[in-house]
Design a protein around this ligand. Sequence first.
Ligand code: OOG
Ligand code: NI
Length: 457
Amino acid sequence: MFEQSFIDPNHIRERFSQALSAMYRAEVPLYGSLIELVSEVNEEYLQAHSAKLHRSERDSDLTRLSQERHGAIRLGTAEELHTMRRFFAVLGMQAVGYYDLSVAGLPVHSTAFRPVAARDLAANPFRVFTSLLRVELIPDLALQDQIKALLSQRQIFKPQLLALIELAEEQGGLNAEQASRFVLSALDTFRWHSEAPVDAVTYQQLKHIHPLVADIVCFKGPHINHLTPRTLDIDAAQSAMLARGIEAKAIIEGPPPRQHPILLRQTSFKALEETIQFQTASGEWQAGTHTARFGEIEQRGIALTPRGRALYDELLAQVLERVPQPEANPEYYSYVLQQVFQAFPDDLTVLRREGLAYFDYHLQADHALETLRLSVEELIQQGVIIPVPMIYEDFLPVSAAGIFRSNLATDSNPAFNAQANQQAFEQALGVGVLHEFEWYARMEKQSLERCLAVLHG
Ligand code: OOG
Ligand code: NI
């Protein structure tokens, strides 16, 4: 455990996530409306379904749900990613998963920083989808150099924040006063800067390569570009968004609605056009605009095994083959999505027996002890061991690409065709990413072993 004087990283994460949310709410008022909308939808859902909720849904009561957020940032250099990893470690967050977004023609690759232990996730599951620019994919070498030069001039972490990260590493934690300063100075890194210290021509040139490149390279810091609340009913939230005149994405990314939701479903509202200032060669400021920040809502479902995920990926590919441009034909897309996904079992016992989804095993509180000779399957049938679906805590590359795309005017931009390069990403990070499937499998195995250990004395 932590020394008496150290604050639990879960508390620092909670405070940072709340402070970030308050800052973003002040910066992007539409985000505040989205939060209100989602909390109304969740409240209604809980009232209507309280009797037949999964235990995992019941446990995530309104208080925890109303705290739950994920955000996203985009970084420019290996050093930035490296320091960001150390920063998130102070908040009890680790890099989980590698997302290759070049499959979607984007010049970035990503990970998600999040808490890992069940207890920490339960305390506050704050996650940050973090992308790193792949400068080497930009075809023009002179431009690559220009980008590197621009990025080398910025320092996205304030000196006092760097000092506090180091202190936390040396001491093994932060005390209350240090944690407060840490949270406060960390906000600066994620804040929006309306001054772009480049001239308008450079901005246009980078935007022409890809809007993502301009967004990463032309600003003083990696402004948080969205903060996403979690809803229990994304279809209701999507309708509510449209009913209030919020310009939502035409389709919901991810699997179709189901009896037992799987993985992750997401929708977003379009990025805002914001006024910024470019710096001319003579040092004067010149007004311009930039779109980067948007709003998103997500619904989380059951975590799938590699087998379940392969089936999901295969079915989604079939859907996209039949409807290559979902946004252009939202109704037909959702019809095809529902049709094709009928091949994905929607029964918890089938999902479990076919090894498609992960479960957390719990013991029935007042189980009889004459169960020693029963198999696990029999113990489950008799209600001695209860399988509870595990929630998917991560992201989906195809959905992420759809979210990126809907917020960047990419029509005129070339696609970046490349291979994944997890090794380069991990080298920048300074550690390997945690493999998400291994993590779910381990949690599942441990929960079953705990049950059996109690039963077998
Ligand atoms: C990240 C987009 C991905 C998600 O929820 O899949 C994402 C970005 O736009 O930087 O946040
Ligand atoms: Ni997101």
